[in-house]
Design a protein around this ligand. Structure first.
Ligand SMILES: C[S@@+](CC[C@H](N)C(=O)[O-])C[C@H]1O[C@@H](n2cnc3c(N)ncnc32)[C@H](O)[C@@H]1O
Length: 207
């Protein structure tokens, strides 16, 4: 099959990407793992014994990092629409987090515990229609925020991927209202040309 010029360009960039090469060498399933590693090295979200929820987990790079850092006394619950090969030490749920059934499955896996960290790297399938892609991406971030506000322990951390664009400022404001501290991170592994940012909010406020 003949590839288009843009897919050839993507493939070349992917193969030459230092984070892709590193992930192959170090056994991470995605280059995304390095985004979480870098943020966690700086902000210390994950620790031994932590209860972690990983929203939009496939193929599992963040889940691998969370399991490693939460250790054998921690608990990691991961959910994705797509199938994901098991990560030892994590409980994976294949479901749509935006449905009542998906939410209930995550809550059941938590077994009544609150989380130390809620991570969301969820991203919708890109349609190419930027207005609707941005709206769907913000809707996922809002769902993750509401889950974090309801399920984090006092002092817990919420890390979420967002794209700068329509709805971002309001979303950021809502985090500043809902949490004690909010910072924005753009890890090196996040491509410079991408509008992607990670927002870290800590300390959910009651009510
Ligand atoms: C960028 S990938 C996550 C990469 C992952 N953090 C890693 O390190 O391997 C985004 C994921 O979000 C998932 N996703 C999007 N919408 C979702 C939803 N409603 N429920 C569950 N997962 C969803 C996608 O299926 C996709 O696998």
């Amino acid at each position: 099959m003949k590839r288009s010029a843009s897919s050839r360009q993507w493939l070349r960039r992917h193969v030459n990407d230092p984070y892709v090469q590193r992930s192959k060498k170090e056994g991470y399933r995605s280059r995304a793992a390095y985004k979480l590693l870098e943020i966690d090295d700086r902000d210390r979200i994950l620790f031994p014994g932590a209860v972690v929820v990983d929203l939009g987990s496939a193929p599992g790079g963040w889940t691998q990092v969370a399991v490693k850092r939460a250790g054998p006394t921690g608990r990691v619950v991961a959910i994705d629409l797509l199938e994901m090969e098991a990560v030892a030490g994590a409980r994976f749920i294949r479901a749509d987090f935006s449905t009542a059934a998906g939410l209930a499955a995550v809550e059941e896996a938590l077994g009544g515990s609150r989380a130390d960290a809620v991570l969301s790297d969820m991203a919708p399938n890109i349609s190419g229609i930027s207005i609707s892609d941005q709206a769907r991406s913000m809707a996922l971030a809002e769902l993750a925020r509401d889950f974090a506000l309801a399920h984090l322990k006092p002092g817990g951390a919420f890390l979420v991927k967002v794209f700068q664009g329509a709805g971002y400022e309001e979303f950021h404001r809502s985090l500043r209202t809902g949490f004690d501290k909010v910072v924005v991170r753009k890890p090196d592994a996040s491509r410079g040309e991408s509008a992607e940012l990670y927002v870290l909010a800590r300390g959910p406020r009651a009510g």
